[in-house]
Design a protein around this ligand. Structure first.
Ligand SMILES: Nc1ncnc2c1ncn2[C@@H]1O[C@H](COP(=O)(O)OP(=O)(O)OP(=O)(O)O)[C@@H](O)[C@H]1O
Ligand SMILES: [Mg+2]
Length: 363
């Protein structure tokens, strides 16, 4: 069983400070939905309002269509997993999993049976009788998930549950979490400031900045069609040119910048005559000979290159605030360039988007 979660005009103030501002959003039943945003943008506050630990100052949270105002956390069909898992380290795994059932008065044999079913889902059947203290970080994470599932929540709320794990394990657990979500069909609402996590696991992502939901979309939409400069700069890397929209022609426009006039796609809300920003992903920047065939050309000089194994990040000075970045397949010739050497750069109109001027994500 899973339920949809609707936020209707949800605002949360702490005194004068607005932590979450007028969020309207419906998370579908059975969806894996992530809130993505930098520290302090209001992610945990949203989760606490869904779980019932705090109430919105304005607006309504509905779970399965039901108004949650006045309904406490233990009366809601939700389960919450924190970064700090709050497991009992010296208790066997299966008893940790069954803990919520014991509180509800379920008998021992039934508890054991249910714990074994849940441990099978998280692939820990062989560890039922181990102590939690003897498990690895990722295994503990899975015990916490099994324990949360034991009370049959219709909505699972996860607040940065992987942030304490090392990189390899975090990447492994992404796939595990996704698999557990698909297997159980429960609505997962996941919070993270890690774009890799949000993009790889989610059906849809909501990007937040300073309490405002900036964009809701599939990972592909968020990356390829960002709604605001904040989203374009927070999710993935981007080269940013500031300027003024010259003339628009349907879906394409020209933008005049201090680095030249460029042709690009018209993003949401960009209008001719207005201040705007042009965004180009590093993987869309062409270098050297490859730049000559593109619609847009930038005069640049080589600064330095970072060898990443399967690709190279090439940084060039082109009169912008930051060096321009191009990501390209490893080519040993790139590493032999001298600092200050002229290096033609270019990009195609379809690979660049113009958005109205706005705040960028902080570096
Ligand atoms: N109880 C509170 N009283 C006052 N301010 C609060 C309270 N809870 C949260 N805030 C403020 O609201 C803002 C959002 O906090 P929140 O915990 O939701 O951020 P977050 O996006 O989860 O950040 P992080 O990624 O660091 O966990 C912060 O500026 C925080 O200081
Ligand atoms: Mg938080």
């Amino acid at each position: 069983m899973s339920q949809e979660v609707a936020l209707e005009g949800v605002t949360r103030r702490f005194g004068e400070f607005v932590a979450v501002r007028n969020v309207d959003l419906t998370i579908r039943a059975g969806e894996f939905f992530s809130f993505l945003g930098p520290s302090g943008c209001g992610k945990t506050t949203i989760l606490r309002m869904i779980s019932g630990f705090i109430e919105p100052t304005d607006g309504v949270v509905r779970i399965g269509g039901r108004d949650m105002r006045g309904i406490g956390p233990n009366k809601r069909p939700t389960a919450l997993i924190f970064q700090n898992l709050a497991l009992f380290p010296l208790m066997p795994v299966w008893q940790n999993v069954a803990f919520g059932l014991e509180v509800r008065g379920v008998g021992k044999a039934e508890r054991r049976k249910r714990a074994e079913e849940l441990l099978a889902i998280v692939e820990l059947s062989a560890s039922a009788d181990k102590q939690v203290a003897d498990l690895s970080g990722g295994q503990k994470q899975r015990v916490a998930i099994a324990r949360a599932l034991a009370v049959e929540p219709q909505v699972m709320l996860l607040d940065e549950p992987l942030s304490a794990l090392d990189l390899k394990l975090r990447q492994h657990m992404r796939a595990e979490l996704r698999r557990i979500q698909q297997r159980t069909g429960v609505t997962f609402i996941y919070i993270t400031h890690d774009q890799g996590e949000a993009l790889t696991m989610s059906d849809r992502v909501g990007v937040m900045s300073q309490g405002v939901l900036q964009q809701v979309g599939t990972p592909l939409e968020i990356y390829n069609d960002p709604a605001t400069p904040f989203v374009a700069s927070f999710v993935g890397e981007a080269n940013v040119f500031a300027g003024t929209v010259a003339q628009t022609n349907g879906t394409m426009a020209h933008i005049e910048t201090s680095s030249g006039t460029f042709k690009a796609r018209v993003g949401r809300g960009a209008r001719s005559g207005e201040a705007a920003m042009l965004f180009v992903r590093p993987e869309h920047m062409r270098l050297g000979d490859a730049a000559s065939g593109t619609a847009n050309h930038v005069t640049a000089s080589f600064s330095h290159a970072e060898f990443e194994g399967n690709f190279v990040n090439v940084f060039c000075d082109g009169g912008l605030r930051k060096p321009m970045m191009a990501q390209t397949r490893s080519d040993p010739r790139l590493l032999g360039l001298a600092h200050g050497e002229a290096l033609p750069m270019g990009f195609d109109a379809a690979d660049a988007v113009i958005l109205p001027q706005g705040d960028l994500a902080r570096e």
